[in-house]
Design a protein around this ligand. Structure first.
Ligand SMILES: CC(C)(COP(=O)(O)OP(=O)(O)OC[C@H]1O[C@@H](n2cnc3c(N)ncnc32)[C@H](O)[C@@H]1OP(=O)(O)O)[C@@H](O)C(=O)NCCC(=O)NCCS
Length: 224
């Protein structure tokens, strides 16, 4: 069963609604069109899709929208109802979604990762050399968590910017700087390492928030 999460919503500007689900979801709640969209997929993929949609449905209900088929576009991003933007994530045993009315916020990105799954062999794929150096210099107990936050922050940023530009961005194209770390959360700044389409017309500070919850970390960013 999905539940609203004020902690996840707090990763985003006021007005955002977030829902999360621990465990797996069955596909029974999906609409005919949604089932059709994943009918060719593996059972695991259908379960992930169903869990993400369940969270999105809960968040949309809070915004007064019910019975909406949240279909994937050809590029896989969900097609939100008019006037709403949102983001979905799923990882082993955990799924979440955020939705917000478009106004000052043009798009959002949410990503959750299981800390233990972001093992050290993955770091060189996710991190730029400067990030790797910072990670390896940080205290042992926090290192894995910081690596997972870096990963989640990049994925969240990717989703948020893709909704506006459709641009593919590699892990080496941005560096994530973690700031204000305290009580299992903090903020992050995304520093582009090359000119991004997103910033061509409207340069903006790319700042998001993260938090640790149990064995997971979640990162959220809103673009104005
Ligand atoms: C799209 C991507 C970010 C998804 O991340 P993931 O770890 O596979 O999976 P998550 O569970 O966190 O997110 C999946 C959800 O993201 C959403 N999504 C997929 N593609 C998306 C896109 N292009 N833009 C925005 N959202 C997208 C979907 O809702 C999807 O769930 P669904 O298919 O069930 O609807 C990743 O697969 C990808 O293509 N990355 C590109 C490279 C990259 O990450 N660069 C980072 C440097 S900034």
């Amino acid at each position: 069963m999905s539940e609203l999460s004020a902690e996840l919503a707090a990763l985003f500007p006021p007005g955002a609604v977030a829902a999360q689900l621990h465990g797996v979801a069955q596909s029974g709640h999906l609409s005919t069109d949604e089932i059709q969209a994943v009918s060719h997929c593996s059972e695991k993929r259908i379960r992930d899709f169903a869990a993400g949609r369940l969270c999105a449905r809960r968040a949309l209900k809070e915004l007064g929208i019910e019975g909406f088929s949240l279909l994937p576009a050809k590029d896989r991003q969900p097609v939100w109802p008019a006037g709403i933007t949102g983001s979905i994530t799923h990882t082993d045993g955990y799924s979440a979604a955020v939705a917000i009315r478009q106004g000052s916020v043009r798009s959002v990105g949410l990503d959750s990762e299981m800390i233990a799954a972001v093992h050290e062999q993955l770091w060189p794929r996710i991190c730029a050399p400067a990030e790797l150096e910072r990670l390896r210099g940080s205290c042992g107990a926090r290192r894995g968590e910081r690596a997972a936050v870096t990963f989640a922050a990049k994925e969240a940023f990717y989703k948020s910017q893709f909704a506006l530009t459709g641009e593919w961005i590699g892990f080496e194209d941005v560096v994530v700087e973690l700031q204000d770390e305290s009580g299992g959360g903090g903020t992050f700044v995304v520093v582009p390492q090359r000119p991004l389409l997103l910033q061509r017309h409207e340069p903006q500070q790319l700042t998001g928030r993260f938090r640790r919850h149990g064995e997971f970390v979640s990162a959220g960013i809103a673009l104005c």
